[in-house]
Design a binder for this molecule. Structure first.
Ligand code: ATP
Ligand code: MG
Length: 277
């Protein structure tokens, strides 16, 4: 642990030349999408990057973990998607880090999939809002992380259309790769029709338990399936990681030297290095 801490401190994390927009997706529930989105975002911000998190899940767990109020009256991704509200007017800054900004979600988003279905340019609304924001702002973020709900509905499709990259978290559990074929088919369709340059760049193994053979088997299976995309850093199952949101914090802020925080910091550094290469 001490060695890993020192290695992290010693390394310079490169900043990308252009904004990287990473959509965090897996239609399976509870695999660590939100936990990964907020902790990678916090780790990159800690490393000097400007990071924007878009909470696209009506549950609002990413907003909670970043210490952002998301009661029903707060301006949110709902206002951006449905009412065409400029993204800039919905951004809040996380109390954890002034380089970490958030567009929260509210409960209104629960009906957004249905509302979007009847709207014009329904798959493009997030991309258009984000494009406009990125051209107008004088200080564009280095990274945008989009936390998706566990479905492949219109909210997730908006995230795919807006993104440059897909980050797929996979839980080291039974049926880890279940649904991945459907997800890959969806990504192919998005590339064919909506976003030709979308790249499934990153696979992150989560909730690894080194004591079980199963966890090790999942790692091997996922690496065989995604040899170039799978990060070396693997996120262990750790109580500190699951406790942190209860304090409105990421584990990066809550317990920066815990095993889970170190692993997220290593994963973030790897993502940054890969993007610079
Ligand atoms: P959903 O599909 O509902 O949006 P999700 O894919 O975003 O879920 P998370 O909410 O990130 O998944 O994680 C699911 C649960 O597992 C949460 O209670 C979270 O605190 C816990 N969890 C995530 N990662 C870890 C970890 N490394 N160690 C321990 N608990 C974890
Ligand atoms: Mg989630």
């Amino acid at each position: 642990m001490a060695r890993r801490r020192q290695a992290l401190q010693a390394q310079q994390v490169p900043l990308p030349a252009r904004t990287r927009i990473m959509t965090v997706v897996n239609q399976k529930g509870g695999v660590g999408k939100t936990t990964s989105a907020v902790n990678l975002a916090a780790a990159l911000a800690q490393g000097g990057a400007r990071v924007l998190v878009l909470d696209l899940d009506p549950q609002g767990n990413a907003s909670t973990a970043l210490g952002i109020d998301h009661h029903a009256d707060v301006m949110s991704t709902y206002d951006v998607l449905i009412d065409g509200e400029p993204l800039a007017s919905t951004i809040a800054t996380s109390p954890q880090d002034d380089k970490l900004q958030v567009v929260p979600s509210t409960i209104h988003l629960a009906g957004a999939d249905l509302e979007l279905a009847g709207m014009e340019r329904r798959e493009h609304r997030l991309r258009e809002a984000l494009d406009r924001f990125l051209t107008e702002t004088t200080v564009p973020p280095h990274y945008v992380f989009i936390d998706c709900p566990p479905s492949l509905g219109l909210l997730t499709i908006n995230a795919f259309t807006a993104a440059t990259e897909v980050l797929l978290p996979i839980q080291c559990e039974y049926y880890a790769l279940e649904g991945v074929t459907q997800l890959l088919d969806t990504i192919d369709r998005i590339k064919a029709h909506l976003n030709p340059t979308l790249d499934l760049s990153t696979v992150l193994l989560t909730m690894f338990d080194g004591r079980t053979l199963l966890s090790r088997q999942v790692v091997d299976e996922v690496k065989a399936h995604f040899p170039t995309q799978t990060l070396e850093a693997i996120i262990p199952r750790s109580v500190r990681v699951s406790e942190a949101p209860g304090y409105g914090q990421t584990v990066i802020a809550y317990d920066p030297n815990s095993p889970g925080a170190l692993s997220y910091r290593e994963a973030a550094a790897e993502i940054a290095r890969r993007g610079a290469a």
